[in-house]
Design a protein around this ligand. Structure first.
Ligand SMILES: Cc1cc2nc3c(=O)[nH]c(=O)nc-3n(C[C@H](O)[C@H](O)[C@H](O)COP(=O)(O)OP(=O)(O)OC[C@H]3O[C@@H](n4cnc5c(N)ncnc54)[C@H](O)[C@@H]3O)c2cc1C
Ligand code: SF4
Length: 523
């Protein structure tokens, strides 16, 4: 390493894009800084696998860039422990290396973007912010698609994206004649289907040094960690995971996208935790692979599959990436920072402590939480319709809910976590992301999973001691927010059924729910 560099370029932990134009040319006067920081490990309690995965992936990119001939400074927590925050570290490095320019890629999190923008405003040397070159839509284009405080609909946005990027199109029409095959994608996984689920491809990344460092620095974490990290930590592992998905899962992806399984009934317990999902979210959100590449590979697999992968399956997958992922990002940027304060339903209850242990008698919640603690992963419907639904119908404060989701999942970065959690799952944004609140009773869980057959509670009961708690909590929630939902065409039938009951019957259900909320720690 030299004593002096003209330019310092900062690469954040979720900017591990080796294909960024920055790395096309080598320049001995440019120093790339990749740093483990206390401010990033401490702003929320993260899952241990999440911290380890980010640090391991940062280290892997540092080595790859070094090998490719770039000048790289990789700093561990040991090296950065005396710096209070990122700006104080940068000030030190700029001075140490007598740099005359500072460059960074636009952070995807509001918190970091504000911090760096404030820092560079007072710098006396040149500074420049670059696009990350990762998403389909650049930062500067977002305001062409999204307006602040406006209710947007994903489907409308998604169709525009399909047309603009010419994906699964025949001229100006969607391939197969339909834009959306969601209606075909609501299947429960039955015993006959179990052999369709492959054993997940997991990696064995030895991260002992990182785990030791996290312990030595007393970083507070949650969840389980084995000696080896299962998650991909570099581009080649990410590509292997993508190939595995295209080969084994894509052909069933849409069909079983909403299904959930309790592993107790299975012979091979470990096999089923990610079902037919891709588990690509960490590779994508850390930018080790690009959404363009994922979509291109998946469409090629579809085209070469001789009909084994149908249009409904590939469409369902492409929709998640060019639709939901880009849509959520647009909502975040056009509505921050006020979005983080929204609480449309005035929810203020405390999250029960069993969210950190999985120790509840409700089998669906026990399963979704335990799996999240074991793997730092739950698939979309577990997040939305199990943990999310429980928090919604129990009126848990959305700020607590956000913090839990932001901490526990391997892929949780605020730009994607918050609109999904506060918006889609908690309806705290009053409908900016979704057109309805995703509230459900035990009936939905029973329809989409086999959790209820192994549960302490009985899904078809509402008032009895062993009644499924979700049943009365659901009606309590719908009753409490009747003024907000009664006019929504999607809720009319629900209220018609509720209002068919006598006052006394309704009161019994509401009293039951109230007693459950008081005893929420013991459910
Ligand atoms: C309450 C809640 C919180 C969530 N928090 C996060 C989060 O912190 N980070 C995150 O990446 N996703 C989040 N999601 C979205 C989704 O659940 C995850 O992207 C998905 O479960 C990741 O697993 P996978 O890679 O196996 O996804 P797959 O089911 O295989 O889907 C493929 C890809 O599509 C994208 N995708 C699918 N749905 C969404 C969505 N709603 N929003 C954005 N991208 C989507 C992801 O990049 C995902 O990797 C959340 C959803 C809910 C309901
Ligand atoms: S009975 Fe109720 S609590 Fe138990 S698994 Fe079914 S939905 Fe969940």
């Amino acid at each position: 390493m030299k004593q002096q560099y003209k330019t310092i370029r900062l690469v954040l932990g979720d900017q591990l894009n080796a294909s960024h134009s920055w790395f096309q040319e080598k320049n001995n006067d440019t120093l790339y800084v990749i740093a483990e920081l206390h401010q990033e490990t401490d702003y929320v309690v993260h899952h241990i696998q999440k911290v380890v995965a980010f640090f391991a992936a940062m280290k892997a990119l540092s080595s790859a860039l070094n090998k490719a001939g770039h000048q790289v400074l990789h700093l561990t927590l040991d090296d950065t422990k005396d710096f209070q925050d990122l700006p104080s570290l940068l000030a030190h490095l700029l001075k140490k290396y007598s740099a005359t320019a500072f460059e960074y890629q636009l952070p995807d999190e509001y918190r970091l973007r504000e911090q760096l923008s404030k820092y560079t405003r007072q710098l006396e040397i040149d500074s420049c912010a670059y696009e990350t070159q990762h998403f389909y839509l650049s930062d500067s284009e977002l305001s062409d698609y999204f307006k602040q405080d406006t209710k947007h609909r994903m489907e409308h946005f998604y169709r525009k994206m399909r047309s603009r990027f010419n994906l699964l199109m025949e001229g100006s029409s969607p391939q197969g004649g339909q834009w959306n095959y969601d209606a075909d994608n609501r299947n429960k996984i039955k015993a006959d289907d179990f052999d369709k689920i492959p054993e997940p491809l997991i990696f064995e990344n030895d991260c002992d040094d990182i785990i030791e460092r996290i312990k030595a620095h007393k970083i507070k974490t949650m969840g389980m960690m084995t000696n080896n990290l299962y998650w991909p930590i570099n581009r080649s592992q990410s590509l292997a995971l993508l190939r595995f998905f295209c080969q084994h899962c894509l052909k069933y992806f849409g069909r079983f996208q909403d299904a959930m399984l309790d592993q107790q009934e299975m012979t091979v317990q470990e096999k089923y935790w990610s079902l037919l999902h891709s588990r690509l979210s960490f590779s994508l959100n850390s930018k080790m692979i690009s959404p363009h590449h994922v979509v291109k590979q998946a469409i090629e697999a579809y085209q070469q599959s001789d009909g084994e992968i149908t249009i409904a399956q590939i469409e369902g997958f492409v929709r998640q990436i060019i639709g939901w992922r880009e849509f959520i990002r647009g909502i975040y940027w056009l509505n921050m920072p006020q979005y983080s304060q929204l609480n449309y339903l005035n929810a203020s209850n405390k999250m029960p402590s069993w969210f950190w242990t999985g120790k509840t008698k409700m089998n669906c919640l026990k399963h979704a939480i335990s799996q999240s603690l074991d793997y730092a992963y739950a698939h979309h419907i577990q997040r939305l319709m199990i943990t999310g639904n429980f928090c919604l119908i129990s009126g848990i404060d959305p700020t607590e809910v956000d913090a839990w989701y932001l901490g526990i999942y391997i892929d949780a970065i605020e730009w994607v976590e918050m609109p999904n959690t506060r918006g889609m799952s908690q309806f705290a944004d009053g409908g900016i992301v979704g057109s309805k609140a995703y509230a459900a009773s035990g009936n939905y869980v029973n329809k989409m999973s086999n959790y209820c057959s192994n549960c302490h509670y009985k899904v078809n009961k509402t008032l009895e001691d062993n009644a499924c708690p979700l049943n009365s909590l659901y009606w309590h929630f719908m009753d409490k927010h009747q003024d907000k939902f009664a006019n929504n065409p999607r809720s009319r039938m629900v209220y018609a059924n509720w209002n068919k009951k006598t006052d006394a019957q309704r009161q019994q259900v509401l009293d039951k729910a109230t007693s459950l909320l008081i005893d929420i720690e013991n459910l």
